[in-house]
Design a binder for this molecule. Structure first.
Ligand SMILES: Cc1ncc(C[n+]2csc(CCOP(=O)(O)OP(=O)(O)O)c2C)c(N)n1
Length: 377
């Protein structure tokens, strides 16, 4: 196992003192170490991994220094375009140290959304012409090699990080003073959504908690699309669904997910019908992967949603406020509800036991039954 602080110090010794990326559970110890030891202006948690590449490119151009860009391998997709059309040696030729968490490594048990990405992680780097090494316990020579390579060639270099590579580095997440946890808020939200309506929930613990609440209540899962991958695309899935059905479709999003592809909301609000219902759980953090902060509590999300085209944006942080807002949300066209919660989740939180394909099939059968019922009515 790698001593996280010693690894961080080695990067600093090599003059790599600028860190940007999107957090990941596999890199949580590294992210915590960066947060505690780097000044805020050298530790930027980006909205998405492509943005992080852009930020590190800009830092290099201004300083000549190499930025460290960290991401879960699912973020490789978001990073491909700026890597190939900004950092690549055929364009601006910019050195970047990519630190990529390897979820779904072949032979290592992981969730379905990581399987394909895990298989193609190294091949994707090869296809992009990015030199890489798999991070080892004896990491110092690797960092020295990477630094030399980047200096000589002025090109990105990737270190691929296996599960459990970094030693624990704990910091206390910034606490928000709201009465409800995400799971408690979700219970209230589910109480208010009629059984015939549809739900699409975001990546991470939101979907896991919804699954477990349904199990505990003995309720069916067939109206809930648990978006296990594709962080930031939940609301777009809901737009597509809502345009294809007459029933209400509720999006249950997180602040990290909302921020990741926020531009999509302008188009969504411009095209959504009365059956598009948006709920955002704002805990100011990427709680599912270690609680690293987002800008969720530092910007005015309701004002942003209004500016993006939502007509009525409600806020809630108690059970009573959620119940009242959900009643209004059911009736209003282009409404949104922002719920503020504190961080934290159960240690024994499980994962959906239904496969993504079965989840999709059950949902499609329900959409089809709803259409048939509409024709009869
Ligand atoms: C493209 C991509 N980058 C990173 C991740 C890792 N990841 C999974 S959940 C999550 C945090 C989501 O934060 P938020 O939407 O605020 O929900 P919360 O966990 O706080 O409830 C992250 C970063 C991912 N799944 N996909």
């Amino acid at each position: 196992m790698i001593d996280t602080k010693a690894f961080y110090d080695t990067l600093i010794e090599q003059e790599m003192d600028f860190f940007t990326g999107v957090p990941d559970s596999l890199l949580a110890n590294f992210c915590a170490c960066v947060k505690e030891n780097s000044p805020a202006s050298r530790a930027i948690i980006a909205a998405n991994e492509g943005n992080a590449v852009g930020i590190a490119c800009g830092y290099h151009i201004a300083t000549g220094k190499t930025g460290v860009v960290y991401m879960q391998n699912s973020g490789e997709g978001n990073a491909v375009n700026p890597l190939l059309s900004i950092a690549d040696e055929d364009v601006y030729s910019i050195p970047l140290l990519l630190l990529i968490g390897w979820r779904g490594e072949p032979g290592v048990k992981d969730e379905p959304q990581h399987k394909k990405q895990g298989k193609v992680t190294l091949a994707l780097l090869e296809a992009m012409g990015i030199a890489f090494e798999i991070l080892e316990d004896n990491y110092k020579p690797q960092i020295e090699r990477a630094a030399r390579y980047m200096k000589e060639k002025s090109r990105p270099f990737a270190l691929v990080v296996r599960k459990g590579a970094f030693s624990p580095y704990r910091i206390t997440p910034e606490a928000a003073d709201y009465p409800l946890s995400r799971e408690e808020a979700l219970e209230c939200v589910l109480d208010a959504i009629p059984e015939e309506d549809f739900i699409v929930s975001t990546t991470g613990k939101t979907s896991r908690e919804i699954f477990e609440i349904r199990e505990a209540r003995g309720q069916a899962h067939s109206g809930d699309f648990l978006t296990v991958g594709g962080m930031g695309h939940t609301s777009s899935i809901v737009l597509g669904m809502s345009l294809g059905t007459g029933r209400n479709v509720y999006c249950i999003d997180g602040d990290g997910s909302f921020l990741m592809h926020m531009g999509s909301f302008a188009v969504t609000a411009d095209n959504a019908g009365a059956n598009f219902k948006y709920i955002l759980n704002n805990n100011g953090a990427h709680e599912s992967v270690g609680g690293q902060p987002t800008v969720g509590f530092r910007i005015d999300i309701p004002a942003v949603l209004r500016a993006l085209g939502f007509r009525e944006v409600m806020t809630a942080s108690t059970r009573e406020e959620i119940a009242a807002a959900m009643e209004r949300l059911a009736d209003v066209r282009l409404g949104a509800l922002v719920i503020c919660t504190h961080q934290g989740s159960r240690d024994n939180l499980g994962r959906p036991t239904i496969s993504p394909v079965d989840n999709k099939k059950a949902m499609m059968a329900r959409f089809s039954a709803a259409e048939k019922q509409k024709d009869k009515d």
